[in-house]
Design a protein around this ligand. Structure first.
Ligand code: HEC
Length: 129
């Protein structure tokens, strides 16, 4: 009798675990990347004009442009963003974890799809078009 009760409770706990929405949310990767270009597609080169500019405009330019808090390092043109990758540690900054000092954007880590795209832009040779 005692064993049956214990078993029933155990099964109930197990069943509630596998039904949990929160567990599924953690395990299921997002199906739609925030950027329409597939960052994992090895055949299409990532370019500044096609992929990177819109991400930088949406996440960085509010500070990294003239008159703003990070105007010393503007990120409004291809040449400026390329230079920041090559000599100001841009790739390292965007890949820091949430809460780590120096993370960019300062307000919080970008979606992984955006980070992956910028990393692939570098791998693909920092092309403008
Ligand atoms: C809320 C304002 C803000 C946003 C948004 C922001 N930054 Fe910054 N960023 C700063 C400030 C302020 C500094 C200077 C302090 C420091 O180095 O952490 C900085 C520094 C940097 C540096 C180092 C520059 C150097 O010459 O040392 C890089 C690279 C950088 N940011 C990239 C980015 C990128 C890429 C984004 C968007 C994905 C971004 N930032 C978004 C405010 C911001």
């Amino acid at each position: 009798m005692k064993k049956t009760i214990v078993l029933t409770i155990l099964l109930a706990v197990l069943a509630s675990c596998s039904d949990s929405d929160t567990m599924q949310d953690i395990e299921t990767p997002p199906t739609t990347p925030t950027n329409p270009t597939n960052p994992t597609n090895p055949t299409t080169a990532v370019t500044y004009s096609k992929d990177v500019k819109s991400i930088i405009d949406a996440n960085c330019v509010s500070c990294h442009s003239s008159g703003r808090s990070a105007s010393f390092r503007p990120l409004t043109t291809f040449a400026q963003v390329k230079a920041a990758v090559e000599s100001a540690g841009l790739l390292g900054r965007i890949q820091l974890q949430s809460g780590q000092q120096g993370l960019m954007p300062q307000g919080g880590r970008m979606a992984q799809a955006n980070i992956d795209l910028i990393v692939k832009w570098n791998t693909d040779g920092l092309k403008e078009n």
